[in-house]
Design a protein around this ligand. Sequence first.
Ligand SMILES: [Ca+2]
Ligand SMILES: [Ca+2]
Length: 383
Amino acid sequence: MDTSAIFPCWAFIIMCLITVDFTSSETIAEELVTVSETDTLASSDSESSSCGCDSLKRDGVVSIDRETSLLSDQAAVKYSKKANDGMEVSQGYNQDLYIPDKMVLIPAGEFLMGTDNPEIPQDGEGPQRRVHLEQFYMDIHEVSNQEFQKFVNATSYVTEAEKFGDSFVFEGLLSEAVKKQISQAVAAAPWWLPVKGADWRHPEGPDSTITDRLDHPVLHVSWSDADAYCTWAGKRLPTEAEWEYACRGGLDNRLFPWGNKLHPKGQHYANLWQGEFPSQNTGEDGYTQTSPVMSFPANGYGLYNMVGNAWEWTSDWWIVHHTSDELHNPKGPETGTDRVKKGGSYMCHKSYCYRYRCAARSQNTPDSSASNLGFRCVSKNER
Ligand SMILES: [Ca+2]
Ligand SMILES: [Ca+2]
Protein backbone atom coordinates (compact mmCIF):
# COMPACT_ATOMS: atom_id res chain seq x y z
CA MET A 1 0.00 0.00 0.00
CA ASP A 2 1.22 3.42 -0.87
CA THR A 3 1.34 5.07 2.55
CA SER A 4 2.57 8.30 1.07
CA ALA A 5 -0.86 8.69 -0.47
CA ILE A 6 -2.60 8.19 2.88
CA PHE A 7 -0.81 10.77 4.94
CA PRO A 8 -1.71 13.80 2.85
CA CYS A 9 -5.37 12.74 2.86
CA TRP A 10 -5.56 12.59 6.66
CA ALA A 11 -3.36 15.60 7.17
CA PHE A 12 -5.58 17.41 4.84
CA ILE A 13 -8.78 16.38 6.64
CA ILE A 14 -7.32 17.71 9.88
CA MET A 15 -6.46 20.96 8.14
CA CYS A 16 -10.02 21.21 6.83
CA LEU A 17 -11.44 20.68 10.31
CA ILE A 18 -9.21 23.36 11.75
CA THR A 19 -9.74 25.74 8.88
CA VAL A 20 -13.51 25.75 8.60
CA ASP A 21 -15.86 27.01 11.26
CA PHE A 22 -18.37 24.20 10.79
CA THR A 23 -20.36 24.90 13.94
CA SER A 24 -22.18 27.48 11.87
CA SER A 25 -23.55 24.96 9.41
CA GLU A 26 -24.53 21.32 9.64
CA THR A 27 -24.23 21.05 5.88
CA ILE A 28 -20.57 21.89 6.04
CA ALA A 29 -19.96 19.33 8.78
CA GLU A 30 -21.64 16.71 6.60
CA GLU A 31 -19.45 17.66 3.67
CA LEU A 32 -16.36 17.29 5.80
CA VAL A 33 -17.49 13.87 7.04
CA THR A 34 -18.05 12.83 3.46
CA VAL A 35 -14.58 13.91 2.51
CA SER A 36 -13.15 12.01 5.46
CA GLU A 37 -14.93 8.74 4.66
CA THR A 38 -14.20 8.80 0.98
CA ASP A 39 -10.59 9.73 1.46
CA THR A 40 -10.11 6.73 3.72
CA LEU A 41 -11.21 4.58 0.82
CA ALA A 42 -9.42 6.75 -1.63
CA SER A 43 -6.00 6.24 -0.12
CA SER A 44 -5.38 3.44 -2.58
CA ASP A 45 -8.10 4.40 -5.00
CA SER A 46 -8.52 7.85 -6.42
CA GLU A 47 -12.15 7.35 -7.39
CA SER A 48 -13.64 9.48 -4.65
CA SER A 49 -10.98 12.13 -4.34
CA SER A 50 -11.66 15.61 -5.53
CA CYS A 51 -9.82 18.85 -6.04
CA GLY A 52 -13.11 20.56 -5.23
CA CYS A 53 -13.14 22.54 -8.42
CA ASP A 54 -16.69 21.35 -9.16
CA SER A 55 -17.81 23.09 -5.93
CA LEU A 56 -17.13 26.65 -7.02
CA LYS A 57 -20.49 28.23 -6.33
CA ARG A 58 -20.63 31.74 -5.01
CA ASP A 59 -23.36 30.80 -2.52
CA GLY A 60 -21.34 27.81 -1.28
CA VAL A 61 -18.67 29.69 0.67
CA VAL A 62 -18.29 29.70 4.47
CA SER A 63 -16.38 31.73 7.00
CA ILE A 64 -12.84 30.70 7.81
CA ASP A 65 -10.51 31.62 10.63
CA ARG A 66 -7.35 32.95 9.03
CA GLU A 67 -5.57 32.97 12.39
CA THR A 68 -5.72 29.18 12.73
CA SER A 69 -5.47 28.18 9.10
CA LEU A 70 -2.64 25.67 8.83
CA LEU A 71 -3.24 25.36 5.14
CA SER A 72 -2.79 29.07 4.76
CA ASP A 73 0.52 29.04 6.57
CA GLN A 74 1.83 26.08 4.63
CA ALA A 75 0.70 27.46 1.32
CA ALA A 76 2.13 30.85 2.13
CA VAL A 77 5.57 29.30 2.33
CA LYS A 78 5.28 26.79 -0.46
CA TYR A 79 3.84 29.23 -2.94
CA SER A 80 5.55 32.46 -2.03
CA LYS A 81 7.14 34.22 -4.99
CA LYS A 82 10.51 33.62 -3.37
CA ALA A 83 10.00 29.87 -3.08
CA ASN A 84 8.98 29.64 -6.70
CA ASP A 85 11.56 31.92 -8.26
CA GLY A 86 13.08 30.15 -11.21
CA MET A 87 10.34 27.51 -11.34
CA GLU A 88 8.78 28.72 -14.57
CA VAL A 89 11.12 26.81 -16.81
CA SER A 90 9.57 24.64 -19.47
CA GLN A 91 10.80 21.20 -20.41
CA GLY A 92 12.11 22.36 -23.72
CA TYR A 93 8.93 21.91 -25.73
CA ASN A 94 8.01 24.80 -27.99
CA GLN A 95 9.37 27.29 -25.50
CA ASP A 96 9.14 30.25 -27.81
CA LEU A 97 6.25 29.01 -29.90
CA TYR A 98 2.96 30.85 -29.78
CA ILE A 99 0.59 31.17 -32.72
CA PRO A 100 -2.64 33.06 -31.99
CA ASP A 101 -6.01 32.27 -33.57
CA LYS A 102 -4.89 29.10 -35.34
CA MET A 103 -7.30 26.23 -35.93
CA VAL A 104 -6.81 22.72 -37.23
CA LEU A 105 -9.14 20.35 -39.07
CA ILE A 106 -10.49 17.50 -37.00
CA PRO A 107 -11.57 14.93 -39.60
CA ALA A 108 -15.00 13.32 -39.61
CA GLY A 109 -15.05 9.90 -38.03
CA GLU A 110 -16.29 7.69 -35.26
CA PHE A 111 -14.82 6.94 -31.86
CA LEU A 112 -15.57 5.31 -28.53
CA MET A 113 -16.64 8.03 -26.12
CA GLY A 114 -16.30 7.51 -22.37
CA THR A 115 -14.94 4.35 -20.81
CA ASP A 116 -16.16 1.04 -19.43
CA ASN A 117 -13.35 1.20 -16.88
CA PRO A 118 -14.18 4.48 -15.17
CA GLU A 119 -11.65 5.87 -12.71
CA ILE A 120 -14.33 8.18 -11.26
CA PRO A 121 -17.68 6.42 -11.90
CA GLN A 122 -19.75 9.10 -10.15
CA ASP A 123 -18.65 11.57 -12.83
CA GLY A 124 -20.50 9.56 -15.48
CA GLU A 125 -17.37 8.50 -17.38
CA GLY A 126 -19.20 5.43 -18.71
CA PRO A 127 -20.59 3.57 -20.44
CA GLN A 128 -18.39 3.56 -23.48
CA ARG A 129 -20.51 4.39 -26.54
CA ARG A 130 -19.83 4.71 -30.24
CA VAL A 131 -20.14 8.28 -31.52
CA HIS A 132 -20.01 9.56 -35.10
CA LEU A 133 -18.96 13.15 -35.78
CA GLU A 134 -18.81 15.41 -38.79
CA GLN A 135 -15.56 17.23 -39.42
CA PHE A 136 -14.92 20.49 -37.64
CA TYR A 137 -12.09 22.91 -36.95
CA MET A 138 -10.71 23.42 -33.47
CA ASP A 139 -8.43 26.03 -31.89
CA ILE A 140 -5.02 24.39 -31.57
CA HIS A 141 -4.67 25.77 -28.05
CA GLU A 142 -6.68 27.20 -25.17
CA VAL A 143 -7.84 30.77 -25.79
CA SER A 144 -4.99 32.95 -24.58
CA ASN A 145 -5.04 36.17 -22.56
CA GLN A 146 -3.90 37.98 -25.67
CA GLU A 147 -6.77 36.63 -27.76
CA PHE A 148 -9.33 37.41 -25.07
CA GLN A 149 -7.89 40.90 -24.70
CA LYS A 150 -8.47 41.47 -28.42
CA PHE A 151 -12.13 40.49 -27.94
CA VAL A 152 -12.59 42.79 -24.95
CA ASN A 153 -10.87 45.68 -26.71
CA ALA A 154 -13.16 45.25 -29.70
CA THR A 155 -16.42 44.83 -27.79
CA SER A 156 -15.89 46.33 -24.30
CA TYR A 157 -17.22 43.01 -23.00
CA VAL A 158 -17.42 42.73 -19.20
CA THR A 159 -16.96 39.22 -17.79
CA GLU A 160 -19.20 37.74 -15.12
CA ALA A 161 -16.35 37.74 -12.58
CA GLU A 162 -16.01 41.50 -13.13
CA LYS A 163 -19.77 41.95 -12.67
CA PHE A 164 -19.82 39.82 -9.52
CA GLY A 165 -16.68 41.56 -8.29
CA ASP A 166 -14.91 38.33 -7.38
CA SER A 167 -13.77 34.94 -8.61
CA PHE A 168 -12.30 31.77 -7.11
CA VAL A 169 -8.54 31.53 -6.74
CA PHE A 170 -6.47 28.64 -5.42
CA GLU A 171 -5.10 29.76 -2.08
CA GLY A 172 -1.56 28.74 -2.91
CA LEU A 173 -1.33 31.42 -5.59
CA LEU A 174 -2.34 34.40 -3.47
CA SER A 175 -0.15 37.09 -2.01
CA GLU A 176 -0.25 37.62 1.75
CA ALA A 177 -1.85 41.02 1.23
CA VAL A 178 -4.77 39.55 -0.70
CA LYS A 179 -5.11 36.56 1.62
CA LYS A 180 -5.45 38.75 4.69
CA GLN A 181 -8.61 40.32 3.28
CA ILE A 182 -10.41 37.02 2.75
CA SER A 183 -12.68 35.52 5.36
CA GLN A 184 -14.51 32.87 3.35
CA ALA A 185 -13.72 29.61 1.58
CA VAL A 186 -15.49 26.80 -0.26
CA ALA A 187 -16.79 24.40 2.39
CA ALA A 188 -15.90 21.20 0.58
CA ALA A 189 -12.56 22.54 -0.64
CA PRO A 190 -11.15 25.27 1.62
CA TRP A 191 -8.19 25.87 -0.68
CA TRP A 192 -10.59 27.68 -3.02
CA LEU A 193 -11.11 31.28 -1.92
CA PRO A 194 -13.45 33.92 -3.34
CA VAL A 195 -11.10 36.81 -4.11
CA LYS A 196 -12.46 40.31 -4.58
CA GLY A 197 -11.08 41.88 -7.73
CA ALA A 198 -9.91 38.57 -9.21
CA ASP A 199 -10.75 38.45 -12.91
CA TRP A 200 -9.13 37.57 -16.22
CA ARG A 201 -6.85 40.63 -16.08
CA HIS A 202 -5.99 39.97 -12.43
CA PRO A 203 -5.79 36.18 -12.06
CA GLU A 204 -4.62 36.27 -8.42
CA GLY A 205 -6.50 39.37 -7.38
CA PRO A 206 -5.97 43.13 -7.68
CA ASP A 207 -2.20 42.99 -7.16
CA SER A 208 -1.64 40.56 -10.07
CA THR A 209 -1.45 41.08 -13.82
CA ILE A 210 -1.36 39.16 -17.11
CA THR A 211 1.29 41.40 -18.66
CA ASP A 212 3.93 38.68 -18.47
CA ARG A 213 1.60 35.86 -19.54
CA LEU A 214 -0.30 37.00 -22.57
CA ASP A 215 0.41 33.62 -24.14
CA HIS A 216 -1.13 31.75 -21.18
CA PRO A 217 -4.76 30.58 -21.14
CA VAL A 218 -7.33 33.19 -20.16
CA LEU A 219 -8.78 32.30 -16.74
CA HIS A 220 -11.74 33.46 -14.64
CA VAL A 221 -14.07 33.18 -17.62
CA SER A 222 -17.55 31.79 -17.02
CA TRP A 223 -19.34 29.55 -19.51
CA SER A 224 -21.27 32.59 -20.70
CA ASP A 225 -18.05 34.57 -21.18
CA ALA A 226 -16.55 31.70 -23.16
CA ASP A 227 -19.69 31.41 -25.27
CA ALA A 228 -19.62 35.17 -25.94
CA TYR A 229 -15.97 35.04 -27.06
CA CYS A 230 -16.54 32.10 -29.42
CA THR A 231 -19.61 33.77 -30.94
CA TRP A 232 -17.67 37.00 -31.49
CA ALA A 233 -14.91 35.04 -33.20
CA GLY A 234 -17.44 33.34 -35.51
CA LYS A 235 -16.98 30.08 -33.66
CA ARG A 236 -18.73 28.13 -30.87
CA LEU A 237 -17.83 26.02 -27.87
CA PRO A 238 -17.19 22.34 -28.68
CA THR A 239 -19.73 19.72 -27.67
CA GLU A 240 -18.37 17.29 -25.11
CA ALA A 241 -18.24 14.62 -27.83
CA GLU A 242 -16.23 16.88 -30.14
CA TRP A 243 -13.86 17.82 -27.34
CA GLU A 244 -13.25 14.20 -26.32
CA TYR A 245 -12.84 13.02 -29.92
CA ALA A 246 -10.31 15.78 -30.48
CA CYS A 247 -8.56 14.98 -27.19
CA ARG A 248 -7.96 11.41 -28.29
CA GLY A 249 -5.98 12.64 -31.29
CA GLY A 250 -6.90 9.66 -33.45
CA LEU A 251 -5.91 7.04 -30.86
CA ASP A 252 -8.43 4.41 -29.71
CA ASN A 253 -9.16 3.64 -26.10
CA ARG A 254 -6.21 5.46 -24.55
CA LEU A 255 -6.17 7.34 -21.26
CA PHE A 256 -4.34 10.43 -22.46
CA PRO A 257 -4.08 12.34 -25.75
CA TRP A 258 -0.70 10.70 -26.36
CA GLY A 259 -1.30 7.16 -25.06
CA ASN A 260 -1.55 5.30 -21.78
CA LYS A 261 1.76 6.19 -20.11
CA LEU A 262 1.72 9.44 -18.16
CA HIS A 263 5.42 10.09 -18.74
CA PRO A 264 6.53 8.51 -22.01
CA LYS A 265 10.33 8.36 -22.14
CA GLY A 266 10.41 10.08 -18.77
CA GLN A 267 9.02 13.32 -20.21
CA HIS A 268 6.10 15.41 -19.05
CA TYR A 269 3.38 15.72 -21.68
CA ALA A 270 1.01 18.00 -19.79
CA ASN A 271 0.98 20.72 -17.16
CA LEU A 272 -0.27 18.89 -14.06
CA TRP A 273 0.50 18.86 -10.33
CA GLN A 274 3.52 17.04 -8.95
CA GLY A 275 3.85 16.68 -5.19
CA GLU A 276 1.24 16.47 -2.46
CA PHE A 277 -2.01 18.26 -3.20
CA PRO A 278 -2.80 20.90 -1.99
CA SER A 279 0.22 21.78 0.11
CA GLN A 280 3.18 21.09 -2.17
CA ASN A 281 3.56 21.54 -5.90
CA THR A 282 7.11 20.69 -6.89
CA GLY A 283 6.63 22.09 -10.40
CA GLU A 284 8.61 19.17 -11.82
CA ASP A 285 6.95 19.70 -15.21
CA GLY A 286 8.26 23.28 -15.25
CA TYR A 287 5.12 25.06 -14.04
CA THR A 288 3.38 25.56 -10.71
CA GLN A 289 0.69 27.64 -12.37
CA THR A 290 -0.48 27.84 -15.97
CA SER A 291 1.98 27.41 -18.80
CA PRO A 292 1.99 29.09 -22.22
CA VAL A 293 -0.79 27.59 -24.33
CA MET A 294 1.61 25.85 -26.71
CA SER A 295 3.84 24.27 -24.10
CA PHE A 296 4.24 20.48 -24.13
CA PRO A 297 3.85 18.29 -27.23
CA ALA A 298 0.73 18.51 -29.40
CA ASN A 299 -1.45 15.42 -29.86
CA GLY A 300 -2.07 13.55 -33.11
CA TYR A 301 -4.38 16.28 -34.40
CA GLY A 302 -1.94 19.06 -33.54
CA LEU A 303 -3.81 20.20 -30.40
CA TYR A 304 -1.93 21.53 -27.38
CA ASN A 305 -2.78 21.13 -23.70
CA MET A 306 -6.05 19.29 -24.23
CA VAL A 307 -5.44 17.78 -20.81
CA GLY A 308 -3.86 19.83 -18.06
CA ASN A 309 -3.04 23.56 -17.92
CA ALA A 310 -6.61 24.99 -17.87
CA TRP A 311 -9.92 23.13 -17.67
CA GLU A 312 -12.02 23.76 -20.79
CA TRP A 313 -15.73 24.52 -21.00
CA THR A 314 -17.87 22.54 -23.44
CA SER A 315 -21.37 23.38 -24.70
CA ASP A 316 -23.07 20.35 -23.10
CA TRP A 317 -25.27 20.45 -20.03
CA TRP A 318 -24.08 18.05 -17.33
CA ILE A 319 -25.64 14.64 -16.70
CA VAL A 320 -24.00 11.46 -15.41
CA HIS A 321 -26.29 8.82 -16.96
CA HIS A 322 -25.66 8.22 -20.64
CA THR A 323 -27.19 5.89 -23.19
CA SER A 324 -24.93 3.21 -24.61
CA ASP A 325 -26.68 3.63 -27.99
CA GLU A 326 -24.66 4.69 -31.00
CA LEU A 327 -24.94 8.45 -31.49
CA HIS A 328 -24.41 10.93 -34.33
CA ASN A 329 -23.16 14.43 -33.46
CA PRO A 330 -24.58 14.34 -29.91
CA LYS A 331 -25.08 17.70 -28.23
CA GLY A 332 -25.97 16.56 -24.71
CA PRO A 333 -29.23 17.17 -22.85
CA GLU A 334 -31.56 20.03 -23.75
CA THR A 335 -31.38 21.69 -20.36
CA GLY A 336 -29.52 21.47 -17.07
CA THR A 337 -27.98 23.41 -14.23
CA ASP A 338 -24.26 22.81 -14.81
CA ARG A 339 -22.09 22.76 -17.91
CA VAL A 340 -19.50 20.08 -18.68
CA LYS A 341 -15.82 20.96 -18.49
CA LYS A 342 -13.03 18.68 -19.70
CA GLY A 343 -9.33 18.00 -19.43
CA GLY A 344 -8.32 18.87 -15.88
CA SER A 345 -5.82 21.58 -15.03
CA TYR A 346 -2.38 22.38 -13.62
CA MET A 347 -3.95 21.58 -10.23
CA CYS A 348 -4.76 17.95 -11.09
CA HIS A 349 -2.93 15.13 -9.33
CA LYS A 350 -3.86 11.46 -9.45
CA SER A 351 -4.53 11.41 -5.70
CA TYR A 352 -7.10 14.20 -5.79
CA CYS A 353 -8.24 14.92 -9.30
CA TYR A 354 -7.44 12.13 -11.74
CA ARG A 355 -9.31 14.02 -14.42
CA TYR A 356 -6.54 14.70 -16.91
CA ARG A 357 -7.84 11.79 -19.03
CA CYS A 358 -9.84 12.23 -22.23
CA ALA A 359 -12.83 10.31 -20.79
CA ALA A 360 -12.79 12.28 -17.51
CA ARG A 361 -15.23 15.11 -16.96
CA SER A 362 -16.46 17.57 -14.37
CA GLN A 363 -18.97 20.37 -14.10
CA ASN A 364 -19.63 23.90 -12.93
CA THR A 365 -22.58 26.27 -12.97
CA PRO A 366 -22.42 28.46 -16.08
CA ASP A 367 -21.61 31.58 -14.04
CA SER A 368 -18.65 29.97 -12.25
CA SER A 369 -15.14 31.20 -12.83
CA ALA A 370 -11.82 30.18 -11.36
CA SER A 371 -8.05 30.39 -11.61
CA ASN A 372 -7.82 27.07 -13.46
CA LEU A 373 -10.76 27.22 -15.88
CA GLY A 374 -10.59 28.37 -19.51
CA PHE A 375 -11.80 27.19 -22.92
CA ARG A 376 -11.16 26.85 -26.63
CA CYS A 377 -13.54 27.14 -29.60
CA VAL A 378 -14.49 25.12 -32.66
CA SER A 379 -16.14 26.04 -35.96
CA LYS A 380 -17.59 24.44 -39.05
CA ASN A 381 -15.16 26.26 -41.30
CA GLU A 382 -11.63 27.46 -40.73
CA ARG A 383 -11.72 31.03 -39.46
CA1 LIG B 1 2.66 21.79 -13.31
CA1 LIG C 1 -6.50 22.27 -21.18
